[in-house]
Design a protein. Structure first.
Length: 160
């Protein structure tokens, strides 16, 4: 498979070249040989050997690197799994679900203040801040967007 991936071979002694490559490959496990000679993943996919066939020494170095990699992976598989500890979730605080900032000069601000002041408002959904209020996105999404007074862009489009 290894030789089929190249256009032509430039070995001075083709039979000797094949014998030396076979001798090197015979030192390794069949799975490693398959991976090294595979035209999709093997030595021929490395930049240095995309155009020229490797000599037996270069092939041995590549195979040794792959064998070392396999040995490292085998060691990693033997390691005990690490039990990861996690902190408990913090208890919900007022405004912990608030994810949208509504500044005091926004047209929606009075509506948000009124909604926060109502008895049905969940304290997790809003929190007051300097210059505005934080609310959940759903509070804004519930507003009718076709009302020109609630959206400056719609107001401009309605005027045209």
């Amino acid at each position: 498979m290894l030789f089929a991936g190249y256009r032509r071979g430039d070995a001075n002694d083709p039979d000797g070249y094949v014998a030396s490559i076979a001798a090197v490959l015979s030192m390794y496990e069949p799975e490693l040989i398959r991976r090294v000679t595979d035209p999709r993943t093997g030595i021929s996919t490395t930049e240095k050997f995309m155009s020229f066939m490797p000599n037996s020494g270069e092939l041995k170095v590549y195979c040794d690197q792959q064998a070392e990699r396999d040995a490292r992976l085998q060691q990693y598989r033997k390691l005990a799994r690490v039990e990861r500890m996690s902190l408990p979730r913090p208890s919900p605080q007022p405004g912990s679900r608030a994810n949208l900032w509504v500044p005091a000069n926004a047209p929606q601000y009075p509506t948000m203040i009124a909604k926060a002041s109502s008895e049905s408002a969940d304290k997790l959904d809003y929190r007051y801040d300097i210059g505005g209020i934080w609310v959940t996105l759903s509070w804004i999404a519930d507003l009718p967007m076709s009302d020109p007074s609630s959206n400056a862009m719609i107001e401009r489009m309605a005027a045209e």
